[in-house]
Ligand binder design. Structure first.
Ligand SMILES: *[C@@H]1O[C@H](CO)[C@@H](O)[C@H](O)[C@H]1NC(C)=O
Ligand SMILES: *[C@@H]1O[C@H](CO)[C@@H](O)[C@H](O)[C@H]1NC(C)=O
Ligand SMILES: [Zn+2]
Length: 991
């Protein structure tokens, strides 16, 4: 008996060791050198919401909309894999796999773990979703990848770590995404969509596969990513689709049958192989065998591929050189790597994407602008939630306000990054579902934040979250005679923030955190705002004051209404348009005739720029003889290059006090703007309100804000990639091929996630956005951003609905947003736009409370100010992530937000001491990881690739031992750490 037991134990141990080594390269099929090796990649593409919601897709509900059920796909594929050791499958979207996994039996889970160990079920990409690349912000891309990869790591260990990035469907590809993937440890990227002219060219020149250099700042090969364009998008070659959704003939291989077609299928396949070989460099070919929601009945696919493999390989005895087998993208990539060839290098990006003449996918850069803003704001809120969870620990998850955590919002944000979510290309009902998910995430975070604030501030108060302040709605501040304003600043440096709250009183006393009176002003709520908020709020006034908030910290202000009467200054209704407004830093001039902006001056730098700004719209095309393509959710196609004016002349009025100067411009019943300069503010703010876009004339409209200057820009302009590095654009030009331009406007649109600028030798004009939008420079000296679009036709890319957005009242959605204008010398411009962009996506969070709060934590004096840091971080060290990963482990990312050379002050390496960074928590056991936190940095072994230029191999990058007290960041670098966190018991006595 004892002997038998021992034997089992030994076998168990040996078995584990064997399994531990199994996945990876050694599980790849044999592929002899003298043959053309065809890698069949069985795969399914599962959209995390599009025509149906993510849950409907998972369960296979509402199949009358689209027949699709992810749970059945996984059931079917897994049972096929378990039946036959030759078969392989890849799975991509962790949001779905996570749903499926939680419902499986232990027995099946064990089987699936084995399949993963054997490399037959391989996770590819592995983010929560396959994120969009045009409308996404880097902060959220990193978070959603980290979320999915963490699930895979904790479920499957090292064999569950994807090596290959797989962006087969996103509508264009960003350079920053390539850089991020490289830093996450991926060996390669495959995608399906690129401009049709680019593809033709690459096929002709055998440039379908390349090394994409994702950054000019990070030392090669840190941001280099091997990148392959797939031959057929992500579909199988024509004639070889064997899913239940396809209509190609199955292989009928009994020669006695009348419809016998096996020989014809083989001949056809060999000719496809021959064709494809002409576009690729090695003797390996990749074929994606699958498509949207395929493999629900996996037997259909596998049965026919089994036959194809047998029949094609049998020809080898007759001298055929074609060898076909089941494979995975990482096995294919291994063979390419072993080929040891020199690959072309690419440094620009794959925007914009067109799948034919007049068919530019540049509308989705702007589609659903309200959702795009909610998504960006939700990232802001998630970072606040993460930080307060990490600063407070378990007391934040479970406290006087109940239970809440950051995971609901993190998953909702993961879903929102999907390439039909933040893009605005899902059906309206699905877009509604994305909104609901975010809303529920906010709800859980609000509970967490209440617990955390109560803990950190030492009192139990009635916390109120007013989320409609942008339209001056907050029933609490409107009704309360006295209340508190608590501001949390998620930045590592202190900020000055302009608080603006709807109130019903006319005079207020505002006390700062040390009881000092704070200057404040009361201004009337504008008619523009009243028209948007309707009966949601009644406040006639807004209270404005300036708040200073410490790094990673809290400031609390006490507000009280005064009864003094008669001092209220009504805004001047002007008979004439104002000539100008100004603060210490900026002046804005207006045209006395039209009321439009006529110029901007940076008073500090002595730079003036004559500039006209107005709102216009493009008539959406309904198709014409040249092309039937219409403008829709994906595609932007204006009817003509010329824009329509919303108006030539606006009505204006001025609000002026010690804290703010504002010119209100009324363009039309559905279009208005406020030009604003707060005291001490180093930029000009334009708050635009657009909608409901009228469509009574039967004309779809795409509204832009355009700035026209005399700057000599020679066709050039600059846009950011995912809020991070800057790319230079040139009108009617592409870096790597001779463009034949078919759309002079839409074909020059690019994604703007955070900024667009133009410059000449002496002057740079920059516009910062509060969400992703499409933008361009259609004539020299001009910059435009598309702010809203409402369309009457579907653009035939599958969504099957016009982008109509009826909004809450059924009349058309009203959208409000801000553009921040900066004027500077090109040499100094980066300093402001970098710092401001970081501040914009990590803004302070406002929480209100009643004044009857009482001390809550025993022995814990209540306080009115708090900082989570011992000292502020310098401006070029940004705390990108501070989040609990496990109850006692935190995830920390430090980022250098500047590119090299762009700022004389800040484009320098910067050193941070992580050990003494935080004030109320201490950290130990630091481990540096890849960007996605699923592999230790010093264990990373990425493949190295030869390019024409000599590029250093990875071995050249030294893995020096980590000293957490001396963490150096170089321009554009993000460093990621895991550490153990210790909560000091006397949090409240530390200040
Ligand atoms: C623009 O509209 C006009 C008038 O309907 C039509 O003749 C023309 O073909 C349209 N052009 C495009 C590109 O849609
Ligand atoms: C910090 O690290 C850098 C290298 O990264 C090194 O040159 C420097 O001497 C270190 N400083 C201290 C105080 O250890
Ligand atoms: Zn898709």
């Amino acid at each position: 008996m004892e002997g038998a037991l021992l034997l089992i134990v030994i076998l168990g141990a040996a078995g584990t060791m064997h399994l531990g080594e199994a996945c990876g390269e050694q599980t790849c099929p044999a592929a002899p050198d003298g043959l053309v090796n065809v890698h069949l990649i069985p795969h399914t593409h599962n959209d995390v919401g599009w025509l149906k919601t993510v849950d409907q897709y998972y369960y296979g509900a509402q199949n009358y909309i689209q027949h699709a059920g992810v749970q059945y796909i996984l059931d079917s594929v897994i049972s096929q894999l378990l039946l036959d050791a030759k078969k392989r499958f890849i799975y991509v979207e962790s949001a779905f796999f996570w749903r499926w996994w939680s419902q499986q039996s232990e027995g099946l889970k064990k089987d699936v773990r084995n399949l993963v160990q054997e490399g037959r079920l391989e996770f590819i990409n592995g983010g929560w979703t396959m994120n969009d690349e045009a409308a996404t912000h880097y902060s959220s891309i990193i978070d959603q990848m980290t979320l999915g990869l963490k699930f895979l790591q904790s479920t499957f260990g090292e064999c569950g770590r994807p090596r290959v990035a797989w962006h087969i469907d996103p509508f264009g590809h960003s350079r920053e995404q390539a850089s991020l993937f490289a830093q996450m440890g991926y060996d390669g990227l495959f995608f399906g969509r690129l401009d049709y002219q680019d593809k033709e060219n690459r096929e002709k020149n055998k440039q379908m596969e390349m090394v994409w250099r994702g950054s000019d700042d990070l030392n090669p090969p840190v941001a280099d990513l091997f990148t392959g364009v797939l031959p057929n998008g992500y579909n199988p070659p024509n004639g070889f689709c064997w899913d239940q959704f396809c209509s190609d003939s199955p292989i009928m291989d009994n020669p006695l049958m009348e419809d016998y077609n096996a020989d014809a299928v083989v001949t056809n396949f060999l000719s496809v192989v021959d064709q494809q070989s002409q576009h690729y460099r090695t003797n390996h070919l990749i074929m994606t065998m699958g498509s949207d929601f395929q493999y629900e009945n996996a037997n259909l696919w596998y049965k026919n591929m089994d036959k194809l493999i047998t029949l094609v390989n049998a020809k080898q005895t007759n001298g055929s050189k074609v060898n076909v087998f089941y494979s995975t993208p990482s096995c294919y990539l291994n063979f390419l790597n072993r080929a040891n060839m020199s690959w072309p290098i690419k440094t620009d990006d794959f925007f914009p994407y067109a799948d034919g003449a007049h068919m530019f996918w540049t509308g989705y850069f702007t589609s659903r602008p309200a959702f795009k803003r909610y998504e960006r704001l939700s990232n802001n809120f998630l970072q606040v939630c993460n930080q307060l969870e990490a600063l407070t620990g378990m007391a934040a998850r479970n406290g006087p306000y109940g239970t809440g955590d950051s995971s609901v919002l993190r998953r909702a944000m993961g879903v929102a990054q999907h390439h039909d979510a933040v893009t605005g290309t899902a059906k309206q009902a699905v877009a509604d579902d994305y909104n609901v998910r975010l809303y529920k995430g906010w709800d859980s975070c609000q509970t967490l934040i209440s617990n955390a604030l109560s803990n950190l501030m030492g009192t139990k108060e009635n916390f109120v979250f007013c989320t409609l302040l942008n339209i001056s709605v907050c029933p609490f501040s409107e009704a309360a005679k006295t209340f508190n304003v608590i501001l949390y600043n998620p930045l590592g440096r202190s900020v000055t923030w302009n608080v603006r709250l709807p109130v019903s009183g006319r005079k207020y006393l505002v006390l700062g955190s040390s009881g000092e009176p704070i200057r404040n002003e009361v201004v009337p709520v504008s008619e523009f705002t009243k028209a948007v908020r309707r009966d949601k709020g009644q406040a006639e006034q807004e209270l404005i004051f300036q708040a200073e908030i410490p790094p990673l910290g809290i400031s609390k202000f006490a507000i009280g209404a005064l009864t003094t009467q008669g001092l209220f200054v009504k805004p001047k209704k002007l008979l004439q348009h104002p000539n100008s407004i100004q603060n210490q830093y900026y002046q804005v001039d207006f045209d006395p005739g039209t009321g439009l902006i006529a110029g901007i001056r940076n008073l500090e730098k002595g730079i003036s720029l004559p500039l006209t700004q107005s709102l216009y719209w493009y008539k959406a095309s309904a198709g014409n003889a040249g092309s039937a393509q219409v403008s829709g959710a994906y595609i932007f196609r204006p009817n003509q290059t010329e824009v329509e004016h919303v108006t030539q002349k606006v009505q204006t009025y001025l609000v002026e006090n010690s804290l703010v100067q504002e010119v209100y411009q009324n363009f039309s019943s559905w279009c208005s703007q406020v030009v604003r300069l707060y005291k001490d503010q180093r930029y000009v703010e334009l708050e635009w309100t657009v909608g409901p876009i009228p469509i009574g004339d039967g004309q779809g409209k795409e509204v832009i804000s355009r700035f026209d200057t005399k700057l000599q820009t020679d066709g050039g302009f600059y846009t950011d990639a995912n809020g991070r590095q800057i790319l230079q654009r040139r009108r009617n030009h592409r870096e790597t091929w001779e463009l034949e331009q078919t759309e002079p406007v839409a074909g020059n649109y690019y994604p703007v996630n955070s900024r667009i600028y133009i410059k000449d030798k002496d002057t740079q004009f920059t516009v910062l956005t509060d969400r992703s939008q499409g933008g361009s420079s259609i004539t020299d000296g001009s910059v435009e951003l598309m702010v809203h679009r409402r369309l009457l036709l579907d653009d035939s890319r599958g969504v099957g609905e016009p982008l109509f957005e009826p909004g809450q009242y059924g009349e058309g959605l009203v959208v409000r947003g801000r553009h921040l204008l900066l004027l500077d010398s090109p040499r100094d411009a980066a300093e402001q736009h970098r710092l401001l962009a970081v501040q914009e996506y990590m803004s302070p969070q406002i929480i209100l409370s009643s004044t009857d709060g009482a001390p809550y934590y025993k022995g814990n004096p209540s306080r009115t100010q708090f900082s989570g840091l011992q000292a502020a971080l310098p401006p070029n060290a940004h705390l990108l992530t501070f989040a609990l990963r496990e109850p006692n482990k935190v995830l920390i990312r430090l980022e250098h937000p500047f590119q090299g050379q762009e700022s004389s002050n800040y484009s320098q390496p910067i050193t941070v001491n992580l050990q003494t960074l935080f004030s109320t928590v201490s950290l130990s056991d630091f481990i540096e990881t890849t960007l996605s936190a699923n592999e230790e940095k010093n264990k990373v072994k990425r493949m190295s690739w030869r390019t024409g230029k000599s590029s250093p191999s990875l071995a050249d990058i030294a893995h020096s031992a980590l000293d957490p007290s001396n963490v150096t960041l170089n321009p554009m670098e993000i460093r990621t750490f895991l550490a153990t966190i210790h909560y000091k018991s006397q949090v409240w006595e530390s200040r």
